[in-house]
Design a protein around this ligand. Structure first.
Ligand code: PEP
Ligand code: MG
Length: 841
């Protein structure tokens, strides 16, 4: 391409020049928005570095961009995180669309105010249209002094030059009623900037740099114009595909049916937002990295049964070893658990039997293994159970691991770019385990759900994730800049600067909050007016117990015992059970509570070795304590194993799904008989979960016979509101913040305290920082929460004042619905944060 007259840019401020590498903000330092430089200012009026038109100016007055006639676009951004100042400290002197001269004042700012209230005063000047530039100054600069030289490109000549090596789209007809005016032009330019390619839009003999808003507008297109896109460079083909699709769909505007002449690109997402559901909260701005498994070449027929069997066994052995290493190296308990479950699957006799049967028919090791894993996965999927469907995903993952080992295919080493947002049909634990998580900012998957492994891992890593996104997401080119707003379940394909800044600022605040919470995790959870609340952990393994202790957990408020024995074909031996409980109790020590919940299977939690007849309404059928009392031997054995750890920790036994007093009496009888048989002098504490409305409403009747209550808000919500806890369409309404659920908690607490018994909450409501003030206000004594959230919930308690929470609790019990409760709590949280002494540091 031929360069024309270079364009000189003047210093917009006086100050010290710095490289972008020195800017402590990954969005700017990574040059995602554009390359340029930074000034640490000593003056307070931002002036135009070049003549042109004001293409954008933020309402808040902290950022402005100018586009020159040549298409060069320069963005200036005063300070870091200044979007949060909402305009305070800034005075805009120009308007969008206004023509300005080089050196003309654009924004005045109060440097003292900004320095005091924002993260930094560092001011960015970025060439966002992407032209190359060279620096003309260094060190200290004066406002108006020549600063850099940009080499604009002659678009007409560039287009002609590009004919040789550029790719051209087919001609297309512009569908927009008013042509490419400002908004659709901005959408197109923004999308074009996401590609590492030089891209032009052509109309007859005119051409425009597709990354320049002004250049596109200058083409003065009208509806029905015939346009072409050309691109040269690394991502030329992807750019053309994406931009043609975007133009066909109106660049964010509503357009009539696809106009004649446009090559529709079916699977490519266009402008706007892709909607999924939140699998792990948070937000991130980063670049697309597509994760896809290679297609494997599998021949059907083997070379002889003996040789193929040896190959399969060798593959299984190598996979087992790899899984053991992964367990040992796992970053957290959740991940280790997953690989242990994978290892179990490799030993599944039915699966192996099927594979060996196929080998006997003359099939190859790879073919037999693939066919057997697929058949088993289909079986899991066909059972219509969410947990078993997740096992199907596990089977596919571990199946692929073995297949690659049989075929001698090396896993490719992950060379991730910085700030990666991983996109996949389904991200498998094997893929995520080998990732450099420092480079990953978030996950987006087409499949999976809130209980999928990627969701669990993302939550454990504290990274945002969404799932259930339309499959079009798989067509996004690598490197495209996207904004993931997991809280809203959205992936923004053309994020604007204001959105990026807001989310980035929120992310920074979240990181700082997390750091503060972690640093104070060991402090007790005592309210500001001196009331202590236990914050304990919900766990499903020894590793989680250890993690909970390092995060400041006061004990274990819920050991979901059934999870110790999932993914197995037979019940663990009594010795193994006793060993597991004892190891957990020892880790806790005699000063901490260990609340072991007896087997809670049925409903959403099947257990392979406790076969159950199919039920029309499994959640209303033989679940929890009902099932155990149907098979008392199972409960008896478990009680005996639990009692083996008495003395190592403050042992509590808790019965799930209790709805009738008789269930409590029967279970207590078994416990007493087993304790007697073991010669125990002191019985452990016995309590019930309150997760059925009848138990809450009759808490005063239960109270004399229990030592404690723990409220399972997950089930209590589904039974109170008559909404399946896993129903995808009811997820938004089956909300534990509903006053009906809160009233049942209040009833339980009142009855328990009247009898001197304590009450915990171990359902997911306790893990929500927003809910802590109301639970504390209702008088709950213990919050048992998901392990990674222990520091957050402890910090939330320390911010509270019990008296204020009690007033709040009385107020929300009288509200109409869950959203009103949430709103009231958000308001309370906002005012509490404003007055919190912690925040004033
Ligand atoms: C609950 O129902 O709130 C609970 C803690 O039990 P689970 O989620 O294991 O059913
Ligand atoms: Mg429950």
């Amino acid at each position: 391409m031929t360069a024309i007259e270079p364009l000189e840019l003047l210093a917009p401020l006086a100050g010290v020049l710095l490289s972008l590498d020195e800017v402590p903000d990954p969005v700017f330092a990574s040059r995602m928005i554009g390359d340029g430089l930074c000034i640490d200012p000593t003056s307070q009026t931002l002036c135009a570095p070049l003549a042109g038109v004001i293409s954008t100016i933020q309402d808040s007055g902290h950022a402005v961009s100018i586009t020159a006639d040549s298409g060069v676009q320069v963005l200036m951004h005063i300070g870091l995180d200044t979007v949060n100042l909402a305009g305070k400290g800034f005075t805009r002197l120009v308007e969008e669309g206004q023509r300005v001269e080089a050196g003309q004042p654009l924004i005045e700012f109060d440097a003292d105010y900004v320095a005091l209230h924002a993260r930094s005063l560092l001011t960015l000047m970025l060439v966002v249209s992407g032209e190359p530039f060279s620096l003309l100054a260094s060190g200290l600069v004066e406002a108006g002094q020549p600063l850099m030289e940009v080499s604009p490109v002659d678009t007409a000549e560039a287009a002609i030059d590009a004919q040789g090596d550029a790719l051209f789209s087919k001609p297309l007809t512009l569908p927009n009623a008013n042509g490419l005016h400002a908004r659709p032009a901005a959408v197109l330019a923004q999308a074009a900037k996401g590609f590492n390619a030089s891209i032009y839009l052509h109309k007859q003999t005119q051409s425009a740099n597709a990354k320049s808003l002004v250049a596109i507008m200058a083409l003065q297109t009208v509806q029905g114009d015939t346009l072409q896109v050309s691109a040269a460079g690394e991502e030329a083909a992807a750019a053309i595909q994406a931009l043609v699709a975007l133009l066909a769909e109106g660049c964010g505007e509503q357009v009539a049916t696809v106009a004649a002449g446009i090559e529709p690109v079916a699977s490519l997402p266009s402008a706007g937002v892709l909607q999924g559901v939140c699998a792990s909260p948070g937000s991130a701005f980063g670049q697309v990295v597509q994760v896809a498994e290679p297609e494997l070449d599998i021949v059907e027929h083997g070379t002889g049964q003996v040789a193929e069997r040896a190959m399969l066994e060798q593959g299984l052995r190598a996979a087992t070893e790899a899984l053991q290493t992964l367990q040992a190296k796992a970053a957290n308990a959740a991940e280790a658990e997953i690989f242990r479950a994978h290892q179990e699957l490799l030993e599944d006799p039915t699966l192996l039997e099927q594979a060996y049967g196929l080998l006997a028919e003359g099939k190859s090791a790879a073919f037999a293994w693939k066919r057997a894993t697929l058949a088993t996965a289909e079986l899991f999927l066909g059972l219509g159970n969410a947990l078993l469907a997740e096992r199907a995903a596990d089977l596919a993952d571990v199946g692929q691991r073995v297949l690659k080992l049989i075929l001698g295919i090396q896993d490719r080493a992950w060379e991730l770019p910085e700030r990666a947002i991983l996109i996949a049909e389904q991200l498998t634990p094997s893929q995520t385990a080998s990732l450099d998580t420092h480079k990953v900012l978030g996950f987006v998957t087409v499949g999976g759900g809130a209980t999928s492994h990627v969701a669990i891992l993302a939550r454990a890593l504290g990274l945002p994730a969404i799932c259930g996104v339309p499959a079009q997401v798989l067509a996004l080119p690598d490197g495209q800049q996207v904004l993931l707003d997991a809280d809203k379940g959205e992936l923004h394909l053309q994020p604007n600067l204001a959105d990026i800044e807001q989310l980035e600022a929120a992310r920074q605040r979240q990181i700082q909050r997390r750091e503060r919470e972690m640093a104070q995790a060991a402090l007790p959870s005592i309210t500001r007016d001196g009331h202590h609340f236990e914050v304990t952990a919900n766990v499903a393994s020894l590793q989680e117990v250890e993690q909970a202790l390092t995060l400041g957990g006061d004990g274990v408020g819920l050991l979901r015992s059934e999870f110790l024995y999932l993914d197995r074909n037979r019940a663990p031996s009594p010795q193994e059970q006793a060993g597991t409980y004892t190891a957990i109790a020892r880790a806790l020590g005699s000063e901490r509570n260990l609340v072991v919940r007896t087997l809670d299977v049925g409903g959403d939690k099947p257990l392979a070795y406790v076969p159950m007849a199919a039920e029309t309404n499994p959640f209303l059928g033989l679940r929890g304590i009902r099932l155990c009392l149907e098979r008392p031997q199972l409960l008896r054995e478990q009680m005996r194993a639990i009692l083996a750890c008495a003395g190592f920790a403050r042992l509590h036994i808790m019965l799930p799904m209790v709805s009738l007093l008789s269930e409590l009496h029967l279970a207590r009888q078994i416990l007493e008989e087993e304790a007697l048989a073991l010669g125990l002098e002191e019985l452990p504490k016995l309590g019930i979960m309150v997760e059925v409305p009848s138990a809450a409403l009759m808490a005063d009747v239960f109270a004399p016979y229990v030592d404690f209550f723990s409220i399972g808000t997950n089930d209590l919500t589904q039974y109170t509101l008559a909404m399946d806890r896993d129903h995808p369409r009811l997820a938004g309404q089956a909300d534990s913040f509903h006053p009906a659920v809160l009233r049942l908690i209040a009833t339980t607490v009142k009855a328990a305290h009247a009898h001197g018994k304590w009450v915990g909450v171990c359902g997911a409501l306790a893990s929500e920082a927003l809910a802590v003030p109301v639970l504390v206000g209702l008088g709950v004594d213990e919050l048992s929460v998901s392990v990674p959230l222990i520091p957050t919930i402890k910090a939330a308690v320390r911010d509270l004042d019990l008296h204020g929470c009690q007033t709040l609790a009385t107020h929300v019990l009288g509200l109409e619905g869950a959203s009103q409760v949430r709103e009231a709590l958000r308001l309370y949280q906002a005012t509490a944060v404003e007055t919190s002494p912690v925040m004033e540091h």
